[in-house]
Design a protein around this ligand. Structure first.
Ligand SMILES: [Zn+2]
Length: 122
């Protein structure tokens, strides 16, 4: 077996996150679905990529890597997708790091998976 890295520090970009959610207290709770909030960067306005919020998160690699997290407020609920910076080999199929979806060894076993994963159509 290869030595397994269990924690990784990553920057996450969240496009279209409403500004009022870019708040330490709120994000601490929301980001639990992904990992542990370390630092909030500024809200970035980019001409080419639109605006996005940038946060630094500790990912626990024992848990599957999530596409994003649910944001619930009074009356509304939406799924905030996240983009992981400099984390090239993420498999959104099994949630592991080290290979891409198309190389996923668990591809055939997808229907046998008993993991509770949120499925979001895009
Ligand atoms: Zn995989």
């Amino acid at each position: 077996m290869k030595k397994v890295i269990s924690i990784v520090l990553v920057w996450i970009q969240m496009s279209g996150l409403p500004l009022e959610f870019l708040n330490q207290r709120i994000l601490l709770q929301l980001v639990v679905a992904i990992g542990e909030l370390v630092k909030i960067d500024e809200y970035i306005l980019s001409g080419t990529r639109g605006k996005y919020a940038r946060i630094c998160v500790l990912l626990y690699l024992k848990k599957p890597v999530e596409h994003g997290f649910w944001v619930e407020t009074k009356g509304t609920r939406f799924f905030q997708t996240v983009a992981y910076e400099n984390l090239m080999n993420i498999c959104y199929r099994c949630g592991k790091i080290g290979h891409r979806d198309e190389q996923c060894p668990t591809k055939e076993m997808k229907t046998m998976s008993t993991k509770k994963r949120k499925h979001v159509s895009e």
